[in-house]
Design a protein around this ligand. Structure first.
Ligand code: SF4
Ligand code: MG
Length: 328
């Protein structure tokens, strides 16, 4: 059975002039199996959100291909595009921006159902009531306005609204970044729960490793428009192969424990995607960089059957380092 989502050499370049372009997404390939949750992690500005926009056809790629449920999404239009828009739903960071402040929650949730001509008014209302319960909100929310809800409650509304269309693929772009820690856990647990109940395939985009660790089966790490490492969740945290992944893990451990190993600290800022470094794009910040790294871009290599890494020297690194540094 082919993967539910297949992304092949996807690119989005913004051309500023004949010789300058921003390579926001630059040759990204990955696959998501039916029912799997793939995490996409990296610093803000690395191209994660552009991937979400490409996968939902809000913007067109400048190269590559995306197939969802076997269908190439770049070619679809008319009825097929409408069906695609139901199949793939997007939940993003800011629930306040996602809802019309002048509309009651119930009306907002019913709107996409009406647009897709699903059910009678009565049936749509019933569906919304049931969905409110499913996302952990009582009936009173139907009549409320967004300003009468907390950020966490609104994110539940937005998730419920997305699920009302019975999508098969849910993309979440930083769905918990605007929420505090306890709310974050609640929303992630809700998503895990809904994913099981509805048999969803998911892409979870976040700059926060704790978020992807909580919910994902497999994780892809992105740096400046490229994926630099992909592995099963436990393998990624136990034996991270790429210096960037190791630095991200160390940084997230640092938050929690105050411990860190200086050689795996992330140095400096993310370079501009307008002028990405030659060779390995990470070489300007990598503690392990050698002369070769500034010249030749590393290939994506298999460290194991389900673990790929883009680094010339991954074999020389001791993979257990960040785990030691972060042991509580
Ligand atoms: Fe660091 Fe070189 Fe590996 Fe890039 S290729 S991550 S610069 S060691
Ligand atoms: Mg983003």
């Amino acid at each position: 059975q082919p993967p539910f989502v297949e992304v092949d050499e996807l690119a989005k370049h913004y051309f500023l002039s004949r010789s300058f372009s921003i390579k926001s997404v630059d040759g990204v390939s990955f696959a998501i199996r039916q029912g799997e949750v793939l995490g996409l992690v990296g610093e803000s500005g690395c191209g994660k959100s552009t991937i979400a926009r490409l996968l939902t056809r809000q913007t067109s790629p400048t190269g590559g291909e995306v197939k969802i449920a076997g269908q190439a999404i770049t070619d679809v239009d008319g009825e097929d595009l409408k069906r695609l828009r139901r199949t793939v739903q997007l939940v993003f960071q800011d629930p306040f921006g996602a809802l019309d402040p002048r509309m009651r929650i119930g009306t907002s949730m019913e709107a996409p159902l009406a647009q897709h001509h699903i059910g009678t008014r009565e049936e749509r209302r019933d569906k919304v009531m049931r969905m409110l319960a499913e996302v952990g909100l009582d009936e009173s929310f139907y009549e409320r306005y967004p300003r009468q809800c907390s950020g966490g409650q609104l994110q539940r509304v937005v998730i419920g609204r997305a699920l009302l269309l019975e999508p098969r693929f849910l993309i979440c772009d930083e769905p918990t970044s605007a929420l505090d820690a306890s709310m974050r856990t609640q929303i992630l647990n809700l998503l895990t729960d809904l994913k099981r109940r509805h048999g969803l395939t998911m892409l979870m985009i976040s700059h926060d490793l704790r978020v992807v660790r909580h919910i994902c089966d497999r994780i892809a790490v992105m740096y400046l428009g490229r994926i630099v490492e992909v592995a099963d969740r436990d393998a990624l945290f136990k034996t991270p192969r790429h210096p960037y992944t190791r630095a991200l893990i160390a940084a997230s451990m640092l938050d929690r424990t105050g411990l860190y190993a200086p050689e795996i600290q992330l140095r400096g800022d993310l370079p501009s995607p307008l002028n990405p470094p030659r060779g390995c794009r990470f070489h300007t910040r990598c503690a392990h960089a050698q002369a070769k790294c500034a010249q030749a871009e590393p290939k994506f290599e298999a460290a194991s059957e389900s673990h790929q890494v883009r680094c010339h020297f991954w074999r020389d690194l001791q993979p257990d380092r960040p785990a030691q540094a972060g042991s509580p």
